[in-house]
Unconditional design. Sequence first.
Lengths: 217, 219
Amino acid sequence: MTINFAAVLPYLPVMLRGLAISLEVTVLSFFIGSVLGIFVYLGRRSTFAPLRWLGYAFVEVFRNTPLLVQLYLIYFGLPQVGINLDPFWSTLAGMTLNNAAYTSEIFRAGIESVPNGLVEAAGALGMRYLQTFRFIVLKPAIRNVLPSLTNQFIVLFLFSSVGSVISLNELTSALADLNQRTLRTLEIFTIGGLLYFLASAVIAGSSRLAERFLFRW
Amino acid sequence: MVTPLFAFDFGRDLPPLLRGAGLTIGLVLGSGIAGTIIGLVFGTARSAPLAPIRWLASIYTNFVRGLPILIILLFLYYEIPLLFPYATFSQAITAVIGLSVYSGAYIAEIFRGSIQAVPRGQLEAGEALGLNYVQKMRHVVMPQALKIAVPPGIGFLIALVKATSLVSVITATDLTRAGRNVTSANHEPLATFLVVAALYFVISYPLSLLGRWYERRLA
């Protein structure tokens, strides 16, 4: 069979619909997971030891097991204890927990990167606690973690493809499906690969732009 | 209906999982070594004196890092039989090829970063000593860059352990696939995949500890 990209172009809308679902599940799990990640981070620096251990265990368990196995546990395992989630909610739950584990570590590195001397200096200048936190800790911390968070967002986006294994109709699943129907493997996967690549490039580019606009000082 | 949580028959179900874990470790070693060689070549090519070489290396590392590993594996799984209709290919081989291409790009990026982290003065000192490009790389830059590359390298190795789980989708019998096979016989997905997750943890967690230990030692 000769290479013919025109033959697969009519399927572009199907692929774009898949991409929309990939992005939807990524954005949702990134934001919910990041909020959860802040709580995991707070738990890890709690003065209450069991809470610290729980935070540590959560992070290590989710960072040292594959997302696919986590999705199998949620999608195939949880129904055994009466919790039935459809492919979208299963993928969302798995990616959210996964992202919480990774972002909690990113937040930790970011907040620890602000030297204590700066906080003391702010106190010496007569800044109140909230002012200190907002201007001295939070803003530099966000600037420090923005590249890592962007990276995490892209990794999360690429791994949303794992949702296809538990039959979420996102981009990878659309590609596998179109491949079966058209048998134009090279064309389908080239276009699909380009879509993933372009989406990650746009995310990386806009984060760099945001960095330049948000942190001009 | 509530089924007992741990109806997992270790005597019957553990051996296939351990065999799967064996393939998982083999895949990590095989593609880790191949990926390091690819990464070393493309990572140093990113600071090559010739611009077209830099561009080529940059296209490979940046394009592959924008793709999900699952897409790479599925593409090879469907495309290799079309290209070589008469070759009998084990899925484990397809898996190693895909994982090597994938790790090569990430490891190249790690090497690029650590080569650039070596202070410029070091290169200039090599220049002053009359070393040529290869000598400078080999005796001045690389010994320092390799040390810097270890912590992110271990980080990637952990990511690779988890990424290998996706070879189960192209039917290679790794730990995850073995888990699915066991489940289809014992109908205990919760217990079985908890054991599968525990086995991944046993493979991956020592690497996490090793990485943290090395970073503390460097600091």
